[in-house]
Design a protein around this ligand. Structure first.
Ligand SMILES: O=C(CO)COP(=O)(O)O
Length: 262
């Protein structure tokens, strides 16, 4: 069954751009999206700013009904209470977030997030109507020891335990060795893992949800390589880090149709 999945181009700003800078960036992105010379009808664009920027982004997006989605880079597994420093999914929903990144490798490595934490956070996102962008990916050591798919597949299996797939999700395959290194995976590698992840989705949440779920590639994506990833049938977009902070580069990435010549 062939299902058309809308390509998703997501910018993960990480801990960059304060709320004033986010306003300038979103305004420029809106101008770029409004550029009549380009057809964005087939792509969905979203940004993931620091939490302190979300209110500013919401105000801009809502004021002009901008075709820009947005979300947070993390959320609490809890809904409210004595959890100092945590941000509830309820608050993110109130700010109009549609998405939330969960289980980014930087959270796993630098903040000790486990598969169980990722699972609990996906459930929290679903409780509050947020679509989780679930990140999985292997280290260079994992790649050498187990090949490309084993670790991402094991992470996704653990992440999705007991999840209701009908509540929506996006999966982002981000090899740790490709993040911020300038050395992206090859499109064939990304496709191979995306196929394995979609196969697992079919097993866990059913074929219909698996076919509808966007599987993104992330790791050193830039304007020069985006089209090569999007040509792969199972790669449905990109989670972009460094290149999403440069308005010219990000604008060029979201014009991927130009790169593929469509
Ligand atoms: O971690 C990433 C996006 O979440 C990828 O980062 P880079 O695009 O900077 O490699």
């Amino acid at each position: 069954m062939a299902v058309k999945r809308t390509p998703f181009i997501a910018g993960n700003w990480k801990m960059n751009l304060d709320h004033l800078q986010s306003i300038a960036f979103v305004q420029k992105l809106a101008w770029s999206l409004a550029d009549a010379r380009h057809d964005f009808a087939d792509a969905e664009v979203a940004v993931f700013p620091p939490c302190t920027d979300l209110r500013s982004v919401q105000t801009l997006v809502a004021a002009d009904s901008l075709p820009i989605g947005y979300g947070a880079q993390d959320l609490s597994a809890y809904d409210s209470g004595a959890y100092t420093g945590e941000i509830s999914g309820a608050f993110l929903s109130q700010l109009g977030c549609g998405y939330v990144i969960i289980g980014h490798s930087e959270r796993r490595t630098l903040h000790g997030e486990t598969d169980a934490d990722v699972n609990a956070k996906i459930k929290a996102a679903h409780r509050h109507g947020l679509v989780p962008v679930v990140c999985v990916g292997e280290t260079a050591e994992n790649l050498e020891a187990h090949g490309p798919s084993a670790v991402p597949v094991a992470q996704l299996r653990a992440a999705l335990e007991g999840i209701d797939g009908s509540k929506g999700l996006v999966v982002a395959y981000e090899p740790v060795w490709a993040i911020g290194s300038g050395q992206a995976a090859t499109p064939a590698q990304a496709e191979q893992v995306a196929v394995a992840l979609r196969g697992l989705l079919a097993e866990l949440v059913g074929d219909e949800v698996a076919q509808a779920t966007r599987v993104l590639y992330g790791g050193s994506v830039k304007a020069a390589n985006i089209a090569s990833f999007l040509r792969e049938p199972n790669v449905d977009g990109a989670l972009v880090g460094g290149a999403s902070l440069d308005i010219d580069e990000f604008s060029s990435i979201i014009r991927f149709k130009k790169h593929v010549g469509a």
